[in-house]
Design a protein around this ligand. Sequence first.
Ligand SMILES: NC(=O)c1ccc[n+]([C@@H]2O[C@H](COP(=O)([O-])OP(=O)(O)OC[C@H]3O[C@@H](n4cnc5c(N)ncnc54)[C@H](OP(=O)(O)O)[C@@H]3O)[C@@H](O)[C@H]2O)c1
Length: 292
Amino acid sequence: MRHTIVMTGASRGIGRAAAERILRRSPDTHLLVVARGASGARTAAELAAGGHAVSHVPADLGSLDSVRAAATAIRDRLDHGGLPPLRGFVGNAGVQYTDALTEGPDGFESTFTVNVLANHLFVRLLQDRFAPPARIVITTSDTHFGDLRHNLGMVPGPAWKAPDVLARVGAFPGPHTAAAGRTAYSTSKLAVIHLVHEYARRLPAGIGAVAHNPGFVPSTGLAREAGRVSRFAMRYVLPVVTLTPLATGRGAAGRHLADVVLGATPAPTGSYVDRDRVARSSEESYDPRREG
Ligand SMILES: NC(=O)c1ccc[n+]([C@@H]2O[C@H](COP(=O)([O-])OP(=O)(O)OC[C@H]3O[C@@H](n4cnc5c(N)ncnc54)[C@H](OP(=O)(O)O)[C@@H]3O)[C@@H](O)[C@H]2O)c1
C-alpha cells in the first residue's frame, strides 16, 4: 500500500545510501525529504530518477521555527490528500562541531538542536498523523558508549546533564575546544536513545520507535566542520579502515538503516539496533530517571 516516509539527512552520506535503498526495496514509498537550502530540490530530483515518488520540504534543522514550518507543511499535505498515509519518520541528520559554543537562532546549542531537538519536534508535531503500523527511526552512534572499544579513542564519552543545560552553549568544560564539541556530539547521541525509550512508553500502539547505530562510517561529510587534520584522516586514511571489521562502508550503513526503516530488520519498539541487529545500548542509557 502506498505510504509516506519523512526523512532528514537524505542529501548525502549514510542517509543518501539509505534513501536509495528504501526507494528500490519499497516502490510504494513516497519519500519526503527534509533538507536545507537548495539541497532538498536537488536530492528529491536525483532520488526520483527511475520513476520513484520523492518530494521535499525545506528546513534548516538548526532552527526550531524552520522545523515547525516544515512539520506544518507536511501535516497540510497529509491532510489535503497530497501524500499517502504517514508510516515512517527517519531522523538521520546529524552534525558535529569543533566547539560547544555554536548557537542557533533559538538560543540553543546547535549540536543538541539538530541531533536531538529537531527530531523530537518532528515526532511531537507529526505524532497524531502517523497511520499505524508506523516506525520512527533516529540515528544514534557508538560514541554514546564512551569507551575505547566503541569510539576508537576519537570521541570523548557523553557527559550527561539536565536537558536544559545540554541545550545551551557551554554545557561542557573548555567549551571552545574540539573535545567539548565532540562531547556535545556523543551526549546528543545518548540523548536520542533516551528519547526512543520514552517514545516506546508514550506513543500509541502501532507506532514504534527505534534507535539505529550505523557503526563507524568513514568518508561521509560528518567531519567537515572538523580541523584539517581530522578531515584529512576522515577522507583519506580512515576509508582504509573500512576494509577492517572496525568500520562500515557507506553503502552497507545505508542498507542497514533502510532495513530498519522498512522493518526488514526485526526490532521491537524502544530497541537499539547496532548496524543490522538488536543489541544493548550503554548501561547508562537505561536510566529511566533521565526520561519522562
Ligand atoms: N559517519 C559516521 O561514522 C557516523 C557514525 C555514527 C553515527 N553517525 C550519524 O549518522 C548520521 C548521518 O551522518 P553521515 O556520517 O552520513 O554524515 P553527513 O554525510 O555529514 O550527513 C549528514 C546529513 O545531515 C544533514 N544535516 C546536517 N545539519 C543539517 C541542518 N542544520 N539542516 C538540515 N540537514 C542537516 C546533512 O545535510 P546537508 O547536505 O545540507 O549538509 C546531511 O544530509 C548522523 O546522524 C551522524 O551523527 C555517523
